[in-house]
Design a protein around this ligand. Structure first.
Ligand code: SF4
Length: 282
C-alpha cells in the first residue's frame, strides 16, 4: 500500500534519514481535499518514515515525520517540514499497514512508534488516529510535539500516547517569542496538564550557543520541569548544522549560518544545570 503512495509522488515514503530535503510532494492535492483531510484525519501529509531510529524515544523506533509547523524556530533543521504540502499524502490505513509490518520487531527491541515532525498536532486528527491504531496493535507510542496545539487533544486522545517528548526551548517568554515566533504559554499549559495526568514526559532541549545556553535561563526551565513530577528524562541536544543546506536550498534566510555547535564541555555544563534540579539529563 505504501508503495502506491510513493508511486503517486514519485518519491519513496521511506527516507534514509529525516535530513532528506523534500518539497512540494503534496502539491497536486486539491485545496478542498486538504481541508477534508485535516477535518477527518483520514489522510495525512508525511515528510517520510524512518525505521531503526535509536534516538527518537525508548528502544528502536519507527518514526513518521509529519509536515506542517506553525513555529519558525531559528535553529530548525527541517524547514522543509514547515509547509504541509511538502509532504506525501498518506491515508491512515496505509500508515497503519506500515506499522503492522514492524510490530513484532518493535516489541522485541523494546521500541515503538514515534510521531514527530514538523508539528504533528497541526494535523491532530490524523495524529490521533494513527497513534490510536499503533496503540491498538500493542505498539508503544510516542508523540514529539512543541505543545502549541495540545488543546486539540482530549484526555481520551492522550490515553493512546504512552510518552510525550515535549520541546522546551527556553524559559524566558520574550526569548521564546524571538526564537520560535510563538508564545511559550500553550507549551507550559500542556506540560502542567500532562503532569496532572501523570503522563510520562521526556523534555527535549536544544542547546544553541548564544541563544539557549544562558545558565539562569536553563535553570528556570529545569526548575519548572522538575516541579512537574512526571519528567523521566531531559535530552540536551547539541545544535548542529545538518539542516543548513535545507535553508539554502529553500531560499530562506538562516540566522544561524555561522553558529558553531556547542563544545562537549558546554553540553556537559548544560546537563549539569538540569541535573542540579534533580532531573535525569543526558
Ligand atoms: S517546532 Fe520543530 S519543526 Fe517547528 S520550526 Fe521548531 S524545530 Fe522546526
Amino acid at each position: 500500500m505504501m508503495s502506491d503512495s510513493a508511486a503517486a509522488t514519485g518519491t519513496p515514503l521511506d527516507a534514509r534519514s529525516p535530513f532528506e530535503l523534500r518539497v512540494d510532494l503534496g502539491e497536486g492535492v486539491p485545496e478542498q481535499a486538504v481541508d477534508e483531510a485535516l477535518a477527518s484525519g483520514d489522510l495525512g501529509f508525511l515528510h517520510s518514515f524512518t525505521t531503526g531510529s535509536a534516538v527518537d524515544g525508548p528502544g528502536i523506533r519507527v518514526v513518521a515525520w509529519t509536515t506542517g509547523c506553525m513555529w519558525r524556530c531559528l535553529y530548525c533543521h527541517n524547514p522543509d517540514t514547515w509547509k504541509l504540502r511538502n509532504g506525501i499524502p498518506v491515508s491512515v490505513t496505509q500508515a497503519a499497514a506500515k506499522l503492522r509490518d514492524y510490530r513484532y520487531g518493535l516489541r522485541v527491541m523494546s521500541g515503538g512508534f514515534t510521531l514527530s515532525g514538523g508539528e504533528p498536532l497541526l494535523q491532530h486528527r490524523f495524529a490521533v488516529k494513527l497513534l490510536a491504531a499503533a496503540k491498538g496493535m500493542g505498539i508503544h507510542t510516542t508523540l514529539e510535539t512543541n505543545g502549541h496545539f495540545s488543546d486539540r487533544l482530549s484526555d481520551d486522545d492522550l490515553a493512546a500516547i504512552d510518552l510525550v517528548m515535549l520541546g522546551l526551548k527556553t524559559w524566558d517568554p520574550a526569548r521564546h517569542q524571538a526564537l520560535t515566533g510563538a508564545d511559550i504559554g500553550p507549551t507550559l499549559t500542556f506540560a502542567r496538564r500532562l503532569a496532572a495526568l501523570r503522563k510520562p514526559v521526556w523534555i527535549r532541549f536544544v542547546l544553541v550557543p548564544g541563544l539557549t545556553d544562558d545558565p539562569d535561563d536553563m535553570a528556570g526551565s529545569a526548575a519548572f520541569a522538575a516541579g512537574l513530577g512526571n519528567v523521566e528524562r531531559v535530552e540536551v541536544l547539541p545544535f548542529h548544522q545538518m539542516g543548513r543546506f535545507k535553508w539554502e536550498r529553500l531560499g530562506k534566510a538562516y540566522a544561524l549560518a555561522d553558529t558553531e555547535p556547542p563544545t562537549a564541555d558546554a553540553v556537559q555544563r548544560a546537563c549539569a544545570v538540569w541535573r542540579a534540579a534533580g532531573l535525569n539529563a543526558d
